[in-house]
Design a protein around this ligand. Structure first.
Ligand SMILES: [Zn+2]
Ligand SMILES: [Zn+2]
Length: 975
């Protein structure tokens, strides 16, 4: 250990060993409040499944979501119900119905709907939830038997790989668990305090069965006291009337058995003891780290926000971090493979970086990532992107194998990537998951000492994940890691503000060790320096490794080895809404619902709700906007003036949007028909107004996704915060109407349109949908990416994605050929490239193709090359050229100092054909047409810098684009 690290340890504050308990310690815990919500959600589902009727999905989802978003180890809900906490202290404010449920839990320990499910068969199903691998469908079949069904247990043991005895025990309700002490200690101590309250004096208590707050509890908990047992019996009876989460299981001479709502139980026993026992305060100090306050930590190094599956915004998390006594924290949202968790893709992470710069948080934030360690040990995001993150937590979230050596290799590969600052929840052990308090997932089999050695060598820390259900690494493994010379990082893994208290678990655990270095004890500045030092040390370790391990082609520093072109980029400075003229946004509805309308004037918004077309037109007449942006399709599939059943219900616009990952409703789906027709009608009327406003079509959901403003479904508060971040102000932002909020977003699209920062989706004949485009990167030298590939391979999807999410200008060579042809037809015959007689106002697609072929074969692309060079020279930003036919199309000599990349988009002919058929572009026509592009595509693919595969889903295509882009870019942070 270096001298400075010693000093840090000395300078850190010392844990207070016997604190007074916080005043709210004996309140009902959040996890006790939410358990009945989970139970009801599961029982509604199981009941429906066993009867073969439709699951009430909306109800079960809203119950589950309420439970999940309020779950935790603290006392937030209880204090909120008491009015001590405000609505804004909660990440998700419960609906009125959920509030009623919570109040019912407080007074009765349960909710009335659960009384229907008192039957042992239903209780059995709830217990079976804790078997890993048993989903609702399988559990529902256990509802069918009246009594113990051995065959069922045997079958499920085979299907899940879980021990048959455990399944049978859960079936019958014996030997449940294991449990985490965090779920037991605070409620148990509350019960004991209630006993003391009933007899008006302090008691010395002894508790057997809970040895350590860091060990899962498997044995039965037995409580004894220096109290005559008959007095105990009557005090417990009185307590049971007050403590509604507990119920009596049985009582015999010398023994009272009690069950908690979560399923764990404990007994009072009449034990003769000389030991006088401990006070409740001493017990809490010994058994419950949550009873302490944070003392030695300066920061949290693992947390999630609403950008992925967390529920609070970065700003709110920052405030909570400061309130809990910390100086800084790392935002480490999930990466793209964690799809259910809403993991971030590269452009989203860049937008997050940009948004953080706008957020003015109350404490320093490390902008990090929790990147998935994939099956083979690769990391889930490009290394050049990870290099730009302030702190990289790398975690395994799925697919551990039974083979310890495979698991070990997987972790070591991640360590040796050189991109990782710490390994998150390294063993993946879980005791208790949301809604299932005795769920158990054992730790993965890993040769830990090999991993620790590599971590020490590469200066990669190991995490102590402080979630009580994880506490991962375990204390014994932490001890070994410390002995191997590893440093430790601690993370609350908070998914809500109320989870920050989890850090107390980690802190208490570390007071048992003599760790080398706890990263969280460093100040923000010291930590940044430490990360920087470690990364340069890793580069030094990495060099000789390559000579030994050349067969590992995906390791970082590839770029140096290959000597490839790399360009430098900076994450763009904060981007506000472009300035411009007055815009009205309309979130149009069909039917009786009112329409949300927003007026955007400079950066000021006002909103209102209007009903009739006449009211809307009058509003526009009064405010005379230059642009009206309507959230409704403004054209029909097929492009006609009336609905053409043969054209289907989807426009090209919706297809274009979904190709870049934004799902949209088909324009003529049943529920949209009237809306679409109303939109078209309004557009005509607005355009006929004296002030001649421009009418555009917008879709708030798409704009919100692209601008990374949370959609309203994530919470109106988050959406409002996102809009404020863009620089918006005014009374309109305070509206509680979802439609008016969307109208504001529609208005914003008008501004992006006016500023030229947009991309149209679809084709003009069907009306185009305007989406904003963003530029999360500022390139030192703006690159030119030239696409090659066959017709239909997906080049335009690539170009569209680069345009919308990275701000690339999209140059279509088809347009350039068309211009060339126009110009050609105007020249005197002796100076023309072609000698055809084509009517310039009626140029057909075939003419363009033929002319393109001529330019290629007769003139070796000369005219195209110089025209393209002209176009490129007029664009200072990054460009995508869609598409080239020859490497000579883009002449570096004509384009000063701009890096050029050729990307070949690869797809098989069969796939191209079947996709075209799917999109009903071909009808019954056979796919025979081959354009000149196709002939050179194969040749170009060999010359290209990157091969972008479009043989899988569009999502895989987008990931491939991101990977290709970041293989050539190194990013520096905004300073
Ligand atoms: Zn994780
Ligand atoms: Zn996490």
């Amino acid at each position: 250990m270096s001298k400075s690290e010693n000093e840090i340890l000395v300078s850190s504050r010392i844990i207070v060993e016997h604190p007074e308990l916080p005043s709210d310690y004996y309140r009902l815990r959040d996890f006790e409040y939410v358990q009945p919500l989970y139970d009801l959600a599961d029982l509604l589902e199981l009941d429906a499944l066993s009867k073969g009727v439709e699951v009430p999905k909306y109800r079960t989802f809203s119950l589950w979501r309420a439970g999940y978003s309020l779950d935790g180890y603290g006392t937030t809900i209880d204090r909120w119900l008491d009015g001590i906490l405000e609505d804004e202290d909660l990440d998700n404010i419960p609906t009125r119905r959920i509030r009623q449920y919570l109040e019912s839990v407080r007074t009765q320990g349960t909710i009335t709907e659960l009384q229907r499910y008192q039957d042992e068969r239903f209780r059995r199903c709830l217990r079976l939830r804790s078997v890993r691998g048993l989903g609702p469908n399988k559990i529902a079949t256990a509802l069918l038997s009246e009594s113990f069904d051995e065959d069922w247990c045997r079958q499920m043991a085979i299907e899940t790989g879980v021990d048959q005895h455990r399944i049978a025990n859960l079936y019958c309700g014996v030997n449940l668990g294991p449990w985490q002490s965090a779920h037991i200690v605070p409620p148990l101590l509350r019960f004991l305090r209630s006993v003391e309250f009933g007899i008006s004096r302090s008691v010395g208590w002894s508790i057997a069965g809970i040895a350590d707050p860091f060990e899962p509890i498997i044995a039965e908990v037995i409580v004894s006291a220096n109290l005559p047992f008959d007095l105990m019996v009557s005090a417990v009876a009185r307590t049971l009337r007050r403590e509604v989460c507990f119920s009596l299981i049985g009582q015999t001479a010398g023994r009272i058995q009690i069950r908690h709502q979560l399923g764990w139980s404990f007994s009072f026993e009449d034990l003769e003891t000389d030991n006088l026992g401990e006070t409740l305060t001493a017990l809490a100090a010994r058994l419950d780290p949550l009873s302490r306050s944070l003392a030695t930590l300066q920061g949290d190094l693992h947390s999630h926000t609403a950008w992925s599956d967390g529920s609070a915004s970065v700003e709110k998390m920052a405030k909570a971090v400061v309130n809990s006594g910390l100086q800084y924290f790392a935002v480490t949202d999930h990466s793209r493979s964690s799809k259910v968790q809403g993991g971030l893709t590269p452009p989203l992470w860049l937008r997050q970086a940009n948004a953080l710069a706008l957020a003015h948080p109350v404490c320093p934030i490390l902008h990090g990532i929790e990147v998935d360690i994939l099956k083979g040990g690769d990391l889930d995001l490009p290394h050049n992107l990870l290099a730009a993150a302030d702190f990289v937590v790398a975690s395994v979230h799925s697919n551990w194998t039974k083979s310890a050596s495979q698991n070990t290799d997987r972790l070591i590969r991640a360590v040796e990537s050189g991109c990782v600052d710490t390994i998150g929840h390294p063993s993946s052990v879980v005791v208790g998951k949301p809604g299932v308090p005795d769920y158990y997932r054992p730790a993965a089999e890993v040769h830990w000492d090999e991993v620790f050695e590599k971590c020490a060598q590469w200066r990669v820390a190991l995490e102590l994940n402080c979630f009580p259900s994880r506490l991962d690494l375990s204390l014994p493994l932490l001890q070994r890691a410390v002995a191997a010379g590893c440093s430790i990082s601690m993370g609350s893994d908070a998914h809500a503000r109320s989870h920050l208290i989890n850090l107390r678990f980690g802190e208490a655990a570390l007071s048992r060790l003599k760790p080398n270095l706890i990263l969280n004890r460093l100040s923000h500045r010291e930590l940044c320096e430490y990360v920087e030092d470690s990364r340069s040390l890793r580069r030094a370790v990495a060099k000789p490794k390559h000579i030994l391990h050349i067969e590992q082609p995906t390791l970082q520093f590839d770029e140096e080895r290959k000597g490839r072109v790399t360009i430098r980029a900076q994450i763009s400075l904060p981007q506000h809404l472009p300035a411009g003229s007055r815009v009205i946004g309309i979130d149009l509805t069909a039917g009786n619902k009112t329409t949300g309308v927003a007026l955007l004037d400079n950066s000021d918004v006002t909103t209102c709700s209007l009903s009739t077309d006449a009211e809307i037109l009058e509003f526009i007449r009064i405010y005379e906007p230059s642009i009206v942006s309507i959230d409704s399709p403004l054209g029909l599939p097929g492009g006609g003036l009336s609905i053409d059943p043969r054209a289907g219900i989807v426009r090209v616009a919706e297809n274009d949007l979904s190709s870049i990952g934004i799902p949209a409703y088909p324009a003529l789906i049943d529920s949209m028909q009237n809306l679409t027709l109303r939109g078209i009608r309004l557009k005509t009327q607005i355009e006929a107004m004296a002030s001649r406003p421009l009418v555009i079509e917008s879709y708030p959901g798409a704009a919100q996704d692209i601008l990374s403003i949370p959609r309203k479904q994530k919470g109106l508060d988050l959406l409002r915060e996102g809009l404020r971040r863009l620089g918006l102000a005014g009374a309109g932002l305070d509206t509680s109407s979802h439609d008016e909020m969307d109208a504001i977003t529609s208005a914003i699209v008008g501004r992006y349109f006016e500023a030229g920062l947009y991309e149209p989706m679809g084709i003009p004949s069907e009306a185009q949908l305007i989406v904003p485009k963003v530029s999360p990167l500022h390139f030192e030298k703006a690159p030119i990416i030239c696409l090659a590939g066959k017709t239909g391979a997906g080049k335009s999807v690539v170009a569209r994605y680069l345009s919308v999410f990275y701000g690339f200008g999209w140059i279509r060579t088809r347009d350039i050929i068309q211009e060339l042809l126009f110009e050609d037809l105007e020249k005197p015959l002796d100076r023309r490239l072609s000698n055809w007689n084509v009517n310039p106002s009626a140029i057909a697609e075939e003419d363009l193709q033929a002319f393109g072929t001529l330019v290629l074969s007769e003139y070796r692309q000369g005219p195209l090359r110089s025209k393209l060079a002209n176009v490129i020279r007029n664009h200072s930003g990054p460009l995508v050229v869609d598409a080239i036919r020859d490497v000579a199309d883009v002449d570096p000599g004509l384009i000063a100092d701009r890096p050029i990349f050729i990307w070949s988009v690869d797809c098989t002919d069969n796939l191209i054909y079947s996709r075209l058929v799917q999109r009903r572009k071909l009808g019954n026509k056979k796919y025979v047409q081959r354009s000149p592009v196709d002939k050179t595509a194969d040749f170009l693919s060999k010359q290209s810098h990157n091969l972008i595969s479009n043989r899988g889903s569009f999502e895989e295509l987008r990931w491939g684009i991101d990977d290709a882009l970041f293989s050539a870019i190194t990013i520096t942070r905004v300073v």
